[in-house]
Ligand binder design. Sequence first.
Ligand SMILES: Cc1cc2nc3c(=O)[nH]c(=O)nc-3n(C[C@H](O)[C@H](O)[C@H](O)COP(=O)(O)O)c2cc1C
Length: 390
Amino acid sequence: MAKYDKLFEPVTLGNNVQVKNRFMLAPMCDDSANHGQVIDQQLAYMESRAAYVGIADTGYAYVNDSGIQVDGQLSAAHDSDIPGLAKLAKVMKKGGAKAILQLSHAGRDSGVSNANGERVYAPSKLKFSWLNYEVDEMTEADIEQVISDFKAATHRAIKAGFDGVEIHNCNHDLLQQFFSAISNHRTDQWGGSLEKRMAFPLAVQKAVKEAITESGKPDFIFGWRISPEEKHGDQVGYEINDMVAQTKKVIDEGIDYLNISLNLSADYNNSSRPSYDVQVKGTTESFPAYFQKVVGNLPIYIGSNVLTADDALAAVDDATGVYVGRELLMDPDFVKKIMDGNTDQIINTTTIEHLKEVGLPAGFVENYADKDGSGRMVSYRNGIPLPGLD
Ligand SMILES: Cc1cc2nc3c(=O)[nH]c(=O)nc-3n(C[C@H](O)[C@H](O)[C@H](O)COP(=O)(O)O)c2cc1C
């Protein structure tokens, strides 16, 4: 067996769907949709990035107009979005990848919704230093509405021809805001104890599952993305074992893969090692190894700071699959080069000019290209809290 063959083994998802290899295009919002609508630049970009991976994930698409975090996010909030989404699904599937639409609601971080004159809401009415607008506490009706909006968006993904959806239960989005003791101070059925704080993510999961069942498509893939823990200095939103407890429940109800969002190194190209190697405190196990015990045979995808074929191979020591984000922005042929034995040709530094040449939509280049010419990419949007591990 050649060194990197393991990366090209098929993966069997929870619903028995076969995926052609262990690579996933990480979900990355490209800041380029036109008021939520897919544009041609995005089609070309996604076609090239999806060409060789087993699973291709879109960036987060909002499920209603109150949940928009950044300009250029995709919309899955309206039936009128379906034709554009259908074009996107089609190009993503061309090379044999499973096309996944990631669904989200940004809760309190819905700055674009605020600018659009929408009411912004979250589990609790709390002030955060980065928010310069008022956030309402969600009413029971708001909560029921968002749950049914996730369901409706899943139906749209199915109609648009996607192979699956992935729920953005991570990166400080609304589902995580409910789960976090820092963000959720409610005393009703949606907050308080650990059980009650997980009620909203579980209700969303149930609604998405219902949509899949109603569609009569058991092959439709249900992915679930988590941030394994939430800690800010001394403040704890939730510990890893809290997320383990939530994940067990979600698996009981039925998902087809787990995607673990891990840290983005602040200094990407100089990071000494991929963040998935970080050990769970008090154990000698990595985050994915720790989760693998919980999920049994269910595939787990991990990644972060994967820049080389060896980084990717190391990821599948501990997990089923590896997601690749920024490296696939810089080098659309990253996976192909590993497949063809041309690892010496992998490009993993960049400049703005290079990013334009490799077909990144303009919004992406604008927001992420390193502007000092040093050949590095900006880690993430300034001002948006990072997903992460302490
Ligand atoms: C430009 C950009 C946009 C991102 N957008 C999303 C997103 O929409 N949804 C999500 O779950 N993660 C998002 N992420 C996080 C990535 O999926 C991934 O976890 C992270 O970039 C680390 O992987 P990498 O080091 O291979 O880039 C984004 C990251 C980047 C760089």
